[in-house]
Design a protein around this ligand. Structure first.
Ligand code: NI
Length: 240
């Protein structure tokens, strides 16, 4: 794995339309691993391939302590209900704006092996899906804002809204010590129970619970390596 440079606004690569991924090979896996490492290092919620200068349709979203790997993602459904909140971007460091997005979003994407899946999520994860997928068509969140916030406005906004947003998301600490939403934790707990008691493989369980397979695989690898080892050979586990 390697850290990549994040390009910032003004670089023409951020305005280009990215090409679909057609080869699901080691090079793609390397790109995804590098994007995850770069995103974690920058402490961001999401990263799109063009932000590291790669014009391919790949995004990573990390909103609830797990990484969502989305290859060739498409938004296939949005709710009428909307959310309005603060948004930033690793390619516009230090700049924030208020953006309205759908409250719930359904995304169809492929995983790093090319398997197609759909995932529906809400609130901040839905916001990140919209933000990152837009990057693949050369758009930035700032296009949705009349203007960006001044430092004073930002400070004021955070003071007024952050505790409320935090409470609404029902954040809690996962076994790994990261912030995860209560809803995700419930889904993961159900996935672990199913994996322990049935012969279903992770892919099937992830699909059934509406989780991203790679995200569930990463969660199992981090928190339940022994359970994974027990399943080895009898069911499809996550990639090591
Ligand atoms: Ni961004």
């Amino acid at each position: 794995m390697a850290l990549r440079n994040i390009v910032t606004v003004g670089d023409p690569v951020l305005t280009k339309v990215c090409r679909p991924v057609t080869k699901f090979d080691d090079r793609l896996s390397q790109l995804i691993d590098d994007m995850i490492e770069t995103l974690h290092d920058a402490n961001g919620a999401g990263l799109a391939a063009p932000q590291i200068g790669v014009l391919r349709r790949v995004v990573i979203v990390n909103t609830e302590g797990e990484d969502w790997e989305l290859v060739n993602p498409e938004i296939v459904e949005v709710s009428e209900e909307e959310q309005t909140g603060i948004e930033g971007c690793l390619s516009l460091p230090g700049r924030w704006g208020i953006v309205t997005r759908p409250y719930t979003v359904r995304v169809r994407a492929q995983d790093r092996d090319g398997a197609t899946f759909e995932v529906e999520d809400e609130d901040i994860t839905a916001r990140c899906f919209c933000h990152e997928i837009e990057h693949l068509d050369g758009h930035l969140f700032s296009e949705h804002c009349d203007r960006l916030l001044t430092d004073e406005e930002l400070e004021q906004y955070l003071k007024e809204h952050e505790p409320e947003l935090y409470a609404r998301r029902g954040m809690m600490r996962s076994a790994g010590g990261r912030a995860v939403s209560r809803r995700s934790m419930e889904k993961y707990a159900e996935a672990v129970r199913l994996y322990e008691t049935t012969d279903e493989d992770l892919q099937t369980i992830a699909q059934r619970l509406g989780l991203v397979y790679n995200s569930l695989g990463g969660f199992m690898r981090r928190h339940f390596p022994e359970l994974l080892a027990r399943h080895k050979g009898k069911a499809t586990g996550p990639k090591g």
